[in-house]
Design a protein around this ligand. Structure first.
Ligand SMILES: [Zn+2]
Ligand SMILES: [Zn+2]
Length: 319
């Protein structure tokens, strides 16, 4: 079995999809990220990026068992799910874990997203088998030889188990989960839809300490956040970060690489390229996520002790 930990971005935009000439380079689909731990497929969020991912999983016959984690249930993280092809495949098993909504269970929210008034096919009528569970911060999600499950601790797990820890953040309206996915000593942290705090988010810094890669919300230009852009209101308190905030967390955690994520839908490719340059000036190993960006980690420590990213597809995916 391959022991590469791979990450591929299928949707990198926040709020709503943005097709068009101005977003060709970074892409317009909303949040969805694929993580491959060897043969195991883990998906972070089901924005519209999960739609092409679903076609790819079906085409490559990798749809038999999939773990889908929701950071939270805002529509830019769930709106692709009704079009996720493996959910319609009778031989697919989906483990769907995430937080409850503010007033309803996660399962209820997903069912309401596909109520007959708003969508032709109900959640129940999608043919795959589905294990839908709300999880809590104190729990861990495990995928090992015995399958996928929610556990109360990591005691007794084998080295080859994929272990996913949960960070509950209050820095987004309604709350949001961050995830730390660890496998064979390598780890990736996913922290989208989170706003930075003065002096950095200390709980997040602790959670993400020494991760090999940190995928962090960086929705806003600093001037936008502070209300200094003509015609745009300040976005302080909206629950999203600036590039500066993302870089502060990356520097404090000593992460191997920072990936700027959840781009503002009003930002063009040109603006995002500028944000990436700003990020590099603050934290050298930064990249703005784009559709098709793919990295892999191998469990061979570099001479400086840091596991190194192997760039699989660092060019702009032919776009
Ligand atoms: Zn979002
Ligand atoms: Zn949100």
């Amino acid at each position: 079995m391959s022991n590469e930990l791979k990450v591929r971005f299928w949707g990198v935009r926040g709020s709503y999809p943005t097709p068009g000439a101005g977003t060709v380079k970074y892409g317009g689909n909303t949040a969805s990220v694929e993580i491959c731990a060897g043969e195991r497929t883990i998906i972070l969020d089901a924005g519209t990026g999960i739609i092409p991912l679903g076609h790819e999983l079906a085409r490559s016959k990798r749809a038999s068992e999939i773990l889908l984690l929701f950071s939270h249930l805002h529509h830019d993280h769930t709106q692709g799910f009704p079009f996720f092809v493996p959910a319609y495949m009778p031989n697919s098993k989906l483990h769907i874990y995430g937080p409850d909504g503010t007033h309803e269970s996660m399962k209820n929210v997903l069912e309401h997203n596909q109520s007959s008034e708003t969508f032709p096919i109900s959640l129940r009528d999608m043919s795959s088998s589905k294990d839908i569970q709300s999880v809590r911060e104190s729990q861990v999600i495990v995928w090992d030889e015995a399958g996928v499950r929610v556990a109360e601790s990591t005691v007794g797990l084998s080295d080859e188990a994929v272990v996913i820890r949960i960070h509950k953040s209050y820095a987004h309206p309604g709350g949001v989960f961050g995830y730390r996915i660890t496998w064979c000593g390598q780890s990736i942290v996913y922290a989208t839809d989170t706003e930075g705090y003065v002096g950095t988010d200390k709980r997040l810094v602790k959670f993400a300490k020494d991760a090999d890669a940190l995928i962090h919300d960086a929705q806003y230009l600093d001037e936008h956040y502070w209300g200094q852009l003509e015609g745009l209101p300040a976005t302080q308190g909206y629950g999203h970060s600036t590039v500066t905030m993302a870089c502060e967390v990356a520097a404090s955690t000593h992460t191997g690489r920072l990936i700027l994520f959840h781009h503002d839908p009003s930002y063009s490719d040109e603006i995002l390229a500028g944000m990436e340059r700003t990020a590099k000036s603050l934290f050298t190993d930064s990249v703005a996520a784009y559709e098709g960006l793919e990295f892999s980690l191998t469990p061979n420590p570099s001479p400086i002790g840091r596991r190194e990213w192997k760039e699989v597809q660092y060019a702009q995916n032919g776009k």
